[in-house]
Design a binder for this molecule. Structure first.
Ligand code: ZN
Length: 57
């Protein structure tokens, strides 16, 4: 399974990434993406809540 960040073969210690660097990069990307989602007024939302969408490569 290739590293989703750089495409290199994943290392067992860092699965599914090739290194801790790529794992950190992915985490940072996930966090920044999460923060990039506009905050909506909770009062205006119905009870149904959308689950977070998985990252698509
Ligand atoms: Zn990598």
């Amino acid at each position: 399974m290739p590293c989703p960040i750089c495409g290199k073969p994943a290392q067992r210690d860092h699965t599914p990434f090739c290194s801790s660097r790529c794992a950190t990069l992915d985490l940072g990307k996930w966090i920044s993406g999460d923060y990039a989602v506009p905050v909506v007024e909770e009062d205006d939302l119905p009870d149904e809540e959308e689950p977070p969408k998985p990252l698509s490569s």
